[in-house]
Design a protein around this ligand. Structure first.
Ligand SMILES: Cc1cc2nc3c(=O)[nH]c(=O)nc-3n(C[C@H](O)[C@H](O)[C@H](O)COP(=O)(O)OP(=O)(O)OC[C@H]3O[C@@H](n4cnc5c(N)ncnc54)[C@H](O)[C@@H]3O)c2cc1C
Length: 424
């Protein structure tokens, strides 16, 4: 198992608990910083199955929904509450420090019986004559070791070990963007029971997030398009983040006197997916397979869901049942693609005038708004009427776009190349 983030730790815990011998190698040592702090309600049942629900509740801030604001909206925002979702998805989620969440998931894998190695980097993997894999590792002391395994789960995140080495990674160059983010004190929260909600702000060149973390800290970040980033011209990340916040009055008003708790970080945020997701004796889960823009906080949930869905194919392979393995791979691929395309459709239109309008003035005719809330909750893998209603939303979006044809055409042209490259 390569990588001790949410995907790797989930697969490791579940497989170990089912009696398999699992080695989980993580190149860093927990706790370590990671971005991706806002979780979705549908994460909760997975935490239950892993047996960590109470611990996650202890480290998390309750997130009851998401609010959306634009540059021209002043202090007006729309809140979508998870309790209004269709069906029985949980009515809340958590915002967490990933250092804490990932450390507890990693420890849980060890408790389940996996051998967990920190400061241990997987350098390479080679298939042996008998179909097993030789895995080259470098441990904390710099020693290189070789480990033999019958199945490899690549959960190496955006390092994309297998996809990178095998030339499978397909980058969406049209969606090149970067994120600047940090942890701050002194940022105002939303009032009352909404104080744990994520806030999302549209602005012309991307979007901004505010994620309330424990101890009065707020994670604040901006995901920006390349043309806008060029205007940074060597400005320090903190100054550029401030400049970006100043474009949205409500964001600026909340952050006016903010104090960084640590240096602002910058990361590339390229969307990609791998040409292969699974095959004989291997599977790619989480960001090791695909990364999509994080505007709907889907990353951790998709990673953990995929890690769980990968278990049948691992077991079929280890049992030597090739037909069952092929079937399990087919089901897995269908499920992963379904999740990515449900989110992808919204993500690539997120900054368009039609989408802004529908999010800013939601209408619940035929329970379409509730279906969107189900999507925001991560409830995209079940056949509970969500997808049917999301297709209606797609139609409403087309109509809404026709009412502002000039602006919609401009935004469509910006988006066209992106969508052509992505999850269709
Ligand atoms: C700017 C930004 C904001 C985001 N915001 C959110 C959000 O609010 N909510 C959300 O759900 N998601 C968010 N995401 C996405 C989220 O970070 C990821 O989708 C999620 O972490 C994927 O989990 P994973 O286990 O697949 O990978 P990771 O969490 O990246 O874990 C991979 C692990 O593998 C280890 N590793 C890598 N290579 C090797 C190797 N060769 N050997 C051993 N170990 C290795 C790494 O050290 C790491 O610990 C965001 C992403 C970005 C870039």
């Amino acid at each position: 198992m390569i990588g001790g983030g949410p995907a790797g730790a989930t697969s490791a815990a579940l497989l170990a608990r089912r009696g398999h011998r699992v080695v989980l190698a993580e190149k860093d040592a927990h706790p370590r910083f990671h971005i991706g702090e806002s979780l979705l309600p549908m994460n909760l049942p997975i935490f239950e199955r892993l047996g960590v629900a109470r611990e996650v509740a202890r480290i998390g801030v309750k997130k009851r929904g998401a609010d959306f604001t634009g540059e021209a909206d002043g202090a007006r925002y729309t809140t979508m509450h998870f309790r209004r979702a269709l069906g029985d998805s949980p009515g809340f989620a958590y915002e967490v420090r990933r250092s804490e969440l990932d450390a507890l998931l990693f420890a849980n894998a060890a408790t389940a019986g996996a051998t967990t190695l920190e400061n241990t980097e997987v350098l390479d993997i080679a298939r042996e004559g008998d179909g097993s894999f030789g895995v080259m590792l470098r441990d904390a002391t710099g020693n290189e070791l070789r480990h033999q395994t019958r199945f490899v789960v690549d959960a190496s995140g955006r390092d994309t070990l297998l996809a990178g080495r095998r030339g499978w990674k397909r980058r969406n160059r049209a969606h090149a963007s970067a994120a600047l983010f940090g942890h701050f004190r002194g940022v105002a929260r939303r009032p009352d029971s909404n104080q744990g909600n994520i806030s999302i702000y549209w602005f012309e060149h991307g979007w901004i997030w505010m994620i309330p973390l424990p101890d009065g800290v707020m994670s604040v970040g901006a995901v920006c398009r390349p043309a806008y980033l060029k205007t940074r011209k060597g400005a320090p990340p903190l100054a550029f983040l401030r400049q970006t916040l100043a474009r949205v009055p409500d964001a600026m008003a909340r952050c006016g006197a903010f104090e960084p708790v640590e240096p602002v970080r910058v990361t590339g945020n390229y969307s990609y997916r791998a040409a292969r997701m699974a095959g004989p004796g291997f599977v790619l889960v989480g960001d090791a397979y695909a990364f999509i823009d994080p505007v709907f906080s889907s990353g951790v949930y998709l990673a953990m869901h995929g890690a769980e869905q990968a278990i049948p194919q691992v077991e079929a392979w280890l049992a030597g049942d090739r037909n069952a393995h092929r079937r399990a791979v087919r089901d897995f691929q269908r499920s992963v693609r379904r999740g990515l395309s449900a989110f992808g459709w919204f993500i690539y239109r997120f900054n368009s005038p039609g989408m802004r309008r529908l999010f800013r003035r939601p209408r619940n005719r035929l329970r379409v708004e509730q279906a969107v809330i189900s999507l925001l909750s991560g409830d995209v893998f079940r056949d509970n009427g969500v997808h049917r209603r999301l297709r209606l939303f797609h139609a409403l979006y087309r109509v809404a776009s026709m009412t502002t044809p000039g602006k919609s055409l401009k935004s469509w042209m910006q988006r066209k190349e992106t969508v052509n490259h992505e999850f269709r």
